[in-house]
Every structure is written in C-alpha cells, then in structure tokens.
Design a protein around this ligand. Structure first.
Ligand code: SAM
Length: 277
C-alpha cells in the first residue's frame, strides 16, 4: 500500500486542526522516502547489526517502512509518536513488520537511554513547530546516538550548517557544530508532502563529536546572551553578564568592538573555557 493509500484508508487528515498542531505534513513521494532511508542506513551497511534505529514522529510510517525494507528483519526500529490516534494503523504495520515498535509519548520527554542500551541511529521528518527543540533535546546530552538524520525546514538546516560571518549564523549553528559534525544532504520540495507545506525542507546529518557536556552548558549560556543582542558589540553583550576586566582579558582586544557572529564555534568554546578557569 502506498503512503497516500494509508492516509486515505485510515482517514489521517480528517481533522486539520489536530494534524496542524502536530506538524503533520506527511511524506508521500516514494523516491524521497527511499533517499532519506538510505541516508539513515549510511555507507556502512555491514555495521547495521550493531545499531537500533529510533524514529521521531513516524506518522503514517512511509519512512519507517522504507527503512524496514532496506535494513531487513533483524534490525530493530523504535518509533516515538505523540499522536495516539495512530495506534490502529501502527498495530497493523507492526503485524507486517515485526521489527517495528511504537512508543506513544512526546519526544521532548523521552531519553534514548530509556529506550535501548545499544548504539542508535536517530531519524525523523520532524514536526516543524517543535523540530529545533526536539533536535536540541537529543543532541545536547550524552547518550548512545551515533548519527542523526533529520528533515527540517530548509531555513533551519541552513542555520544549523551556517559558517560564521553569515546572516544565518547564530545560536543554532554554534551549538550544533560544537556538538556534532553537521552536513546538509539535500533539499525536498513541498510537492513531496501531503498536505503540502508552504516551505522547502532539507535533510541534515549530524554525527556527535566527543565533547565535555558540562562545558557545553557554559557555552550555551554565553552564546544565548551574545545572540539575543546580535547587533551589539561583543564587549557590550559580554559586559552585561561578566565583569569588565574578565571580558577584556578573555576576548582579544581587536575583537571587542566586533559583533558576536565573528567568533567561530571553537572560539566560543575557548572563550567559555577561559572564563570558567
Ligand atoms: N514521519 C512521517 C512522514 O515523514 O511522513 C510523519 C512526519 S510529520 C512531519 C511529524 C510527525 O511527528 C507526526 O506524525 C506527528 O504526529 C509527530 N509529532 C509531532 N510532535 C511530536 C512530538 N512532540 N513527539 C513525537 N512525535 C511528534
């Protein structure tokens, strides 16, 4: 059965208010579903036996089934879905694909360590309204996620991957790039969805780096303060949260009058380390 047939057979778009509040724009284009599933599998198919896959927001399971068909019966896929009205559909799907399991919870309250003690590939076509929050919830703590593949609004993916000194660069770029190696994979046109969203989407891969998560919390505080006032100079924003002599000793004199976007993610890390020492 195609995803479009699943959507109509289970009457998934009957209440638009309900589906809109959950960001339910479902992927119906089989090519796109297969491309994202391949990106989840990655290049090293042989190592699949070591991983569980965890999906955020399976909805009608187009992506889940595309992945299940690629990885085979021995690889477990756990799906976290907030919308309990999808239970009947999911029951039918797990009869056919027994490696797929469902958990009905808000992903923002789920910890990967409570789902599996194996290494994880995390993936999902994230709901637009809480996509960034869900992404940060999972990547900003120590767990066994080895790789994430997410679809988000293009504009958000551009911010995740932006380099310093560009208009898209900011809090999201710095935090994601400190925590992970990030790589934009491809764009997805609105026509691949039902109902069609108003914006283009993109798929991004994030591979966690070894980091000191306590230090990352300090960087987060610093970066938030800087980018709440991105038009102000570094000296002026930092002066609000730190003593003047500390700011002057930690930031090179030549940069004090520059804007926060001139510092790279590793500059922010170095700055946080200096300030904490
Ligand atoms: N994976 C499907 C696809 O690609 O067609 C559906 C993607 S749809 C954009 C987002 C999915 O996330 C919906 O199924 C929605 O119910 C679910 N969802 C929304 N908010 C959620 C949350 N906080 N936690 C878990 N799932 C959520």
């Amino acid at each position: 059965m195609s995803v479009s047939q699943i959507i109509s057979r289970y009457n998934l778009i009957s209440d638009r208010r309900h589906t809109r509040s959950l960001g339910q724009n479902f992927l119906i284009d089989e090519d796109v579903l297969n491309r994202i599933a391949s990106a989840c599998v990655g290049h090293d198919k042989a190592s699949l036996s070591g991983y569980d896959f965890v999906e955020i927001g399976p909805g009608p399971c187009g992506l889940t089934i595309a992945l299940a068909q690629m990885v085979g019966d021995n690889t477990k896929i756990v799906c976290i879905e907030k919308d309990e009205t999808l239970r009947n559909l999911h029951r039918d799907i797990s009869k056919e694909y027994q490696q797929i399991n469902f958990i009905y919870e808000d992903a923002l309250f789920v910890d990967i360590v409570d789902i599996t003690d194996r290494d994880v590939v995390l993936f999902g076509n994230l709901p637009y309204n809480v996509g960034t929050k869900i992404l940060m919830h999972f990547i900003s703590k120590k767990n066994r996620i080895k790789r994430s593949v997410f679809m988000l609004q293009k504009e958000v993916v551009d911010r995740i991957c932006a380099e310093c000194n560009t208009k898209d660069y900011g809090y999201l770029s710095i935090m994601c790039q400190l925590l992970c190696d990030v790589r934009k994979l491809f764009d997805v046109d609105c026509s691949a969805f039902y109902p069609k969203p108003k914006v283009v989407s993109s798929v991004v891969e994030l591979v966690p780096k070894p980091v000191d998560y306590d230090m990352i919390n300090n960087v987060q505080y610093l970066v938030k303060a800087c980018f709440e006032n991105r038009r102000k100079t570094l000296f002026n924003v930092l002066r609000k949260i730190l003593a003047k002599d500390l700011v002057e000793s930690a930031v090179p004199h030549s940069l004090l009058k520059s804007r926060p976007e001139v510092l790279s993610p590793s500059d922010y890390l170095a700055l946080a380390q200096k300030l904490i020492d």
